[in-house]
Write a protein that binds this ligand. Structure first.
Ligand code: FE2
Ligand code: FE2
Length: 406
């Protein structure tokens, strides 16, 4: 079963799939990275363990999932009924009532097929599978930490919004826990308590947290549902039972994204001026480009599920962008062929940079060799950023209170 490439019809994404995109979350700011002295040498797949059955977390890179923190005092002001007349509490109450339904309360129940399936995944596929699970678990856990802290900090000033955040952290804890259980099938679980205390937290202003979490939830939805549908069409590629849970799982992410739509609607400054347009595009591009480069570094993983990385990514980006244009005031025009042509160039340059990194040469030489490619990557990103965007959004702020016009 290991690394099989699908030889049958492979559905919408051809042959050759998900990691939650870089995802946001938080807590009191701390610094320091997760470099722990491994108590044992690397195993035969190259993974180090903190202790028996517990993996040392991967080093953080520019493209890896991060933990986030924000200005919680400003959040209190943004969700204050006295200070913000645009807060539509009826909408938040409706969202809260939906989250209380807890549709997935009984969804994340494992069965006996997990362990046996994990044992059948061997060799290089096993390694990329574990890396996929770790990235996904870290991203989900990052959401849990941020939402939990927001729930705690908003409790007295805005109880309904606080409860929504707490219920979303419930969902993310389930997601992260389910993925960590999957990692233990491979005898390499993460110590999430240790990560909470030791991983670096990146600070974003609330406005940027909302853009990033909205995108992260929606792109997560599209990734999960696309993989789910692909594997339903191509059951031979169902290497591991985790993916069978994605259909209901992704509905959690979709609901979380819809909550952030309501948040952005309640904050007109975040979606109605030139700065908002600029930042909206910036965040879209950051999220799309990060996913595109990350996933193309992991073609082998997507291949093991019978997905074509490029087709899968382009589908996810196009669909996420369609959702996003309903609330963001500007989004990149991803359907202009120039857009993916430039992203493909970025993938090529990134491959060169990574190949140089693997060479057995002094670091200074490798740096000099990488520079021309890094320069071309920066130039391509700039070119993508100055492409004519789509002016979008559906919120009319001409009155005192935001009116939704779609
Ligand atoms: Fe999640
Ligand atoms: Fe989520």
């Amino acid at each position: 079963m290991a690394t099989m490439m699908n030889k049958r019809s492979v559905g919408a994404f051809g042959k050759q799939a998900p990691v939650r995109s870089a995802r946001v979350a938080a807590r009191p700011s701390r610094s320091g990275s997760v470099r722990v002295a491994a108590t044992a040498a690397a195993d035969d797949l190259g993974f180090k363990k903190m202790r028996d059955g517990v993996k040392v977390a991967s080093d953080e890179t520019l493209l890896s999932p991060r933990f986030y923190t924000t200005d919680f005092d400003e959040c209190e002001r943004l969700f204050s009924l006295e200070l913000n007349k645009n807060l539509d509490m009826a909408e938040f109450d409706a969202i809260l009532a939906e989250f209380k339904q807890d549709y997935n309360q009984r969804h994340f129940v494992r069965n006996e097929t997990f362990k046996a399936a994990a044992e059948k995944i061997t060799g290089p596929t096993r390694k990329i599978f574990i890396e996929f699970l770790e990235r996904s678990c870290t991203a989900e856990f990052s959401g849990f930490l941020l939402y939990k802290e927001l729930g705690r900090r908003l409790k007295s000033s805005s109880p309904a919004v606080a409860e929504i955040f707490t219920l979303m952290s419930r969902d993310e804890a389930r997601h992260a826990g389910f993925l960590n259980k999957a990692m233990s099938d491979f005898d390499l679980a993460l110590d999430l308590g240790f990560l909470t205390k030791n991983r670096k937290y990146t600070f974003f202003k609330p406005k940027f947290i909302f853009y990033a979490t909205y995108l992260s939830e929606k792109i997560g939805y599209w990734r999960y549902i696309s993989i789910y549908r692909h594997l339903q069409r191509n059951p031979d590629n169902q290497l591991y039972p985790l993916f069978e849970y994605f259909e209901n799982w992704c509905q959690d992410e979709n609901r979380h994204g819809d909550f952030f739509t309501a948040v952005l609607k309640s904050q007109p400054d975040m979606v109605n001026d030139w700065a908002a347009k600029l930042w909206s595009r910036f965040f879209c591009l950051s999220v799309y480009i990060t996913m595109y480069l990350n996933d193309h570094q992991r073609n082998a993983f997507y291949g093991s599920l019978g997905l074509n990385t490029t087709q899968f990514n382009q589908h996810v980006i196009i669909e996420t962008n369609k959702s996003t244009e309903r609330i963001f005031p500007a989004v990149p025009n991803v359907e202009d062929p120039e857009f993916f042509r430039r992203l493909d160039l970025l993938v090529q340059y990134n491959e060169k940079v990574l190949a140089i990194g693997r060479m057995d040469l002094p670091d200074a030489i490798k740096l000099v060799m990488r520079l021309p490619f890094i320069e071309r990557m920066v130039a391509e990103v700039f070119q993508v950023f100055i492409m004519t965007p789509k002016e979008t959004g559906s919120v009319d702020f001409s009155g005192n209170k935001a009116a939704i016009v779609y």
